[in-house]
Design a protein around this ligand. Structure first.
Ligand SMILES: NC(=O)c1ccc[n+]([C@@H]2O[C@H](COP(=O)([O-])OP(=O)(O)OC[C@H]3O[C@@H](n4cnc5c(N)ncnc54)[C@H](O)[C@@H]3O)[C@@H](O)[C@H]2O)c1
Length: 450
């Protein structure tokens, strides 16, 4: 099939590459000229395990193309995916300006009798498919002598909602073998096209779930909000564990073995971050308000997430008697989670901002995300070339992301390079008893302090 993917970021590039991998001819469109030039010349623009190999292969085989021209990108496409940003607007709702802007442009480019399926892959509030349809029709009708109405538009296009559930850090695997594919459409014609496209990805028997557009749009927000709720719930349990002298690792195992609860997403930490959970929980809360419904749990989830970062920062403050001025800290992990270079809403940045505001200095290390962090902080913090180099002369090590290489470090080397044998572990990477034996002052989340 011939496919256009508009927006070549984390979702667009992974989707485009994976669609090409199953034999489709894919053109990725982006307004960022530098990004398109880089991709055209064979350089990958994001870090995502397994993506580079697929990207290079499909580029070489001539199934993957990049352009800045929407007209060129969609010319022969049967399906047009929108993988555009939906950042939070000032009031917390998803800002649809990128989506509706491209929809208006598409209306000028679509031709009568050249049926295309337009698929919204971005995370968008309920009702967006209707808005996209209306935006396309407006510009389409302005240019066409025989205008389409909302009832007969199917002659030239149909709108589908196909939310994306990939996880950064495991995006290729998730895309190639999804737990499920959600397709929101009431059009039989569009349904057939989408079924054909996704069949190679669900050979393992996982379902393609068809529904109406509104239900599909809400499904994505419900999924992310539920996961964020699970994290915030465990973060509160962890705080309580510390107050009551319980161990959150034990509690986690004790409840995770109940199949109704499940063992995933029960790890406490320093709060969720990333480009999705914070904005999606906020956007669903705003949608609820707009629908005159007070979604109380979501408000608590957001508040707990805000407090959890402060709870962790509070540990660092308290250990240093609230005097961080002149102190120096090593920070391991900057990405919002391991196996990605994405730093959007990364908790590490809030920790660093706090340390700098209190007059401390920071030496940071992350295996993939340092480039992005440099563009924000410049020389306000030091960037180490290895995890051990970051430790030199530091008053403490602070762990913000659970990269694999931080899991079994050389503790003797850590001890010899730090000025004080102090570790604040926001990801519960180490065994408390081992750290006690090694003589570290070790604070994690929801476990005893040694
Ligand atoms: N990142 C994730 O893990 C993830 C997972 C599931 C869903 N989503 C959703 O997918 C959507 C995209 O997220 P992302 O992380 O890929 O965003 P991103 O910021 O990484 O990528 C968006 C891309 O769109 C491009 N763009 C902006 N305006 C454009 C225009 N007019 N024409 C062409 N290109 C344009 C940008 O240059 C950028 O490359 C969002 O709605 C997000 O919530 C993201």
């Amino acid at each position: 099939m011939k496919i256009a993917v508009v927006g070549t970021g984390y979702v667009g590039l992974v989707s485009g590459t994976c669609f090409a991998e199953t034999g489709n001819n894919v053109v990725c469109v982006d307004i960022d000229q530098a990004k398109v030039e880089k991709l055209r010349s064979g350089q990958i623009t994001i870090y995502e395990p397994g993506l580079e190999k697929l990207f290079e292969r499909n580029l070489k085989e001539g199934r993957l193309h990049f352009t800045t021209s929407l007209a060129e990108g969609i010319k022969d496409a049967q399906i047009i995916f929108l993988a555009l940003p939906t950042p939070p607007g000032e009031d917390g709702s998803a800002d649809l300006k990128y989506i509706l802007g491209v929809a208006a442009d598409l209306g000028k480019l679509l031709q009568p009798d050249d049926f295309k399926v337009i698929v919204d892959k971005s995370t968008v509030p309920v009702g967006t498919a209707d808005k996209v349809r209306a935006a396309i029709l407006k510009t389409f009708n302005a240019l066409n002598p025989k205008p389409c109405s909302l009832n007969d538009f199917e002659v030239c296009f149909e709108i589908v909602s196909n939310p994306e559930f990939l996880r950064e850090g495991a995006a290729v695997e998730d895309f190639l073998k999804p737990d499920r594919v959600v397709i929101g459409t009431r059009s039989e014609k569009a349904r057939k096209v989408m079924q054909q496209l996704y069949e190679p990805f669900v050979r393992n028997g996982n379902p393609i779930i068809f529904m109406d557009e509104r239900s599909a749009e809400l499904t994505k927000y419900a999924a992310n909000s539920f996961l964020a709720t699970k994290i915030s719930f465990m973060n509160e349990i962890a705080v309580l564990c510390e107050k009551l002298g319980a161990d959150v690792d034990m509690v986690r195992r004790g409840i995770g073995t109940d199949f109704r609860i499940g063992k995933h997403f029960l790890y406490p930490g320093i709060g969720y971050g990333g480009s999705c959970f914070p904005k999606d929980v906020q956007a669903l809360s705003k949608s609820s308000i707009d629908a005159s419904y007070d979604f109380k749990i979501l408000n608590a989830v957001m508040e707990v997430n805000r407090l959890q970062k402060q709870f962790f920062i509070g540990k660092i403050e308290q250990h240093h008697s609230s005097d961080l001025n002149g102190k120096h800290f090593a920070v391991w992990g900057l990405a919002f989670k391991p196996n990605t270079d994405d730093i959007r809403e990364a908790p590490a940045l809030e920790v660093i901002d706090h340390l700098l505001a209190k007059g401390a200095s920071v030496s940071a290390f992350d295996p993939e995300a340092m480039g992005h962090v440099k563009s924000i902080y410049g020389n306000r913090i030091q960037f180490a070339s290895s995890q051990y180099e970051a430790l030199s002369g530091a008053d403490a090590l602070i762990i913000c992301t659970e990269w694999n290489e931080f899991r079994t470090p050389d503790f003797n080397r850590i001890a010899s390079q730090l000025k004080a044998k102090v570790i604040f572990d926001g990801r519960n990477l180490y065994d408390v008893a081992v750290m006690e034996e090694l003589g570290f002052h070790y604070e994690s989340v929801g476990r005893r302090i040694v």
